[in-house]
Design a protein around this ligand. Sequence first.
Ligand code: ADP
Ligand code: MG
Length: 310
Amino acid sequence: MAVAEFDLIRRYFAVHAPRHPFNQLGIGDDCALLNLPAGHQLAVTADTMVENVHFFADADPELLGHKLLAVNLSDLAAMGAEPFAVTLALTLPKVDESWLEAFSRGFINLARQHNVDLIGGDTTSGPLTLTVQAMGAVPQGRALLRSGAQVGDLVYVTGQLGNAGLGLKIKQGYVCADPELALRCFNQPQPRVSEGLALRGIANACIDISDGLAADLGHILQQSGVGACLQWDNLPLSASVAEFINHSGDWRMPLIAGDDYELCFTVPADCSHALPAATCVGIIEAEPGLRMRKAGRVEAFEVKGFEHFS
Ligand code: ADP
Ligand code: MG
């Protein structure tokens, strides 16, 4: 890497020495050095965002920095892992200092909120591509898996469904009387880290909703070898999403639109632990597949989420 590029990293990304106690050495050497305390497992995930595939070419760089980190922290939250370190691989078509300044601001502000250190990365030139690898710690054997749902478990979701999907429709021209919440959810998802930590030892299964509840709960069902029935009347929908459904008739949207980054988890029906704020939306059943009880009728719900190569 050229000296000028390292100056950029120093200016925008190496903003402080690592603060989290697990991070011994951060940016500046050939590798970072991490020390995980005894009795913990390392949870690792990576997500890439490509211009014109995952974000619009004119996207606000500060929001992009936030969202890139948020989607990775959301995966750690879904495992019940405590995030502590991330790496950032940047492929940039050119060095645009005002873009880098805003992007790093969005990224670093969210990292600070979650006590996460940026401990390294890579910077190359090419079509705008942003990759984060995130690392979290979870006590041995306590991670929340997709494979643990049991017949009779209740299915919960945090927050609301479909706000981000509505935000995307607004960006594409849908006129909404009150667009603020939907756009905020689309642009600045808040990873449910504290909720994920609170579910350790309580949830039988957990996933984050990146591709819509139907697809993501579908992963839990498949990996747990069970099915589920959702209750339409219980789905947590904002007034704007309810209004969108009234207007368009598209009641599937909040179940198949992506980018909500809420958690979906299952707990035994007789669970007596306090749960993080969440809404019960259905129940796990032995019969495979996803069903929906709507207006007194139960029907199979067969919709795939977003598929990258279709
Ligand atoms: P090397 O050539 O040994 O891989 P680099 O010159 O690419 O090292 O990077 C120098 C230091 O800067 C390393 O500590 C690396 O982790 C860090 N770094 C490079 N790019 C980024 C980035 N986009 N964000 C954070 N740290 C970065
Ligand atoms: Mg390198």
